[in-house]
Design a protein around this ligand. Structure first.
Ligand code: CO8
Length: 257
């Protein structure tokens, strides 16, 4: 397995840990490919009955990697379908997948957590879709899954302002199933996963499909629309300026072009 994803087993529970500490686990293509491969392998491995996906204490993931995306054109992101195949592969996993979130969970990181079946978080967790600050929009399901999770008003506010919500607000809004003290997060996630692992794997798989079904009517349409809008924004100067300003650590100056 790639060193971008660390793994450990706790009986029937596999823990996968995003491992790019130098960039707050920002998601680049290599990491997303490694994660999709690790999850596909877990899905095929009869010894694994539940998976926990986590990051570091400081960040689950602070978004897609701005440095990797910065210079891309519309033609590139559209042709590459950036993260599209990897996100689809993660969504296809049939075994239960729990996100254990501590610290920043932003942009593509929040979208990745929402791709999991449910989110347990530490009291330090902070969720947000700050893409608008970079002159882009969410591209891996944020506008669709966040809206389904917390309702239109809060999702719209989050996506339009880029503000973060803390763990307590995320629990009140229904984005996360539970908040626990940071020191207990992994023990609680593994304990929850172990509970699930003790059930009938067939019933668990059927239950996951049934609950997901409730979310997915017309979701594919929304996801494709969102992805194409995301790609199109790489044709704007504001995307170049937004990402350049982030990397240069200077205030952003959008020109609406
Ligand atoms: N990409 C690349 N590098 C990052 C990212 C990122 N998203 N986030 C943090 N880093 C890097 C920083 O550049 C910094 O590196 P260096 O030390 O080399 O300067 C290092 O991680 C530590 O970060 P900070 O010094 O900024 O740490 P702070 O504690 O001061 O701040 C924050 C933490 C608030 C989380 C801050 O890092 C931040 O605002 N990060 C960016 C958040 C963001 O904008 N995320 C959205 C990115 S766009 C996105 O996710 C699009 C998703 C769509 C993808 C799918 C397409 C289909």
């Amino acid at each position: 397995m790639s060193d971008l994803i660390l793994s450990e087993t706790h009986g029937p529970v596999l823990v996968l840990r995003l491992n790019r500490p130098e960039a707050l686990n920002a998601l680049n293509l290599a990491l997303m490919q490694a994660l999709a491969a690790a999850l596909a392998a877990a899905d095929a491995d009869p010894a694994v009955r539940c998976v926990v996906l986590t990051g570091s204490d400081k960040a689950f993931a602070a978004g897609a990697d701005v440095r990797e995306m910065q210079g891309k054109t519309y033609a590139q992101v559209f042709a590459e379908d950036i993260f599209g195949p990897e996100a689809a592969a993660i969504a296809r996993i049939r075994k239960p997948l729990i996100a254990a979130v501590s610290g920043y969970c932003l942009g593509g990181g929040c979208e990745l957590a929402m791709l999991c079946d449910f989110i347990l978080c530490a009291d330090t967790a902070r969720f947000g879709q700050p893409e608008v600050n970079l002159g882009i929009i969410p591209g891996m399901g944020g506008s669709q899954r966040l809206t389904r999770a917390v309702g239109k008003s809060k999702a719209m506010e989050m996506v339009l302002t880029g503000r973060m919500m803390d763990a307590a607000e995320a629990e009140r809004a229904g984005l996360v199933s539970r908040v626990v003290p940071m020191a207990d997060l992994m023990a609680e996630a593994v304990k929850t996963a172990t509970t699930i692992a003790a059930k009938s794997a067939l019933a668990v798989m059927a239950a996951k499909e049934a609950v997901n079904r409730s979310q997915e009517t017309a979701l594919a349409e929304g996801l494709l629309f969102e992805r194409r809008q995301f790609h199109a924004l790489f044709g704007t100067q504001d995307q170049k300026e937004g990402m350049a300003a982030f990397i240069a650590k200077r205030p952003v100056q959008f020109s609406d072009r």
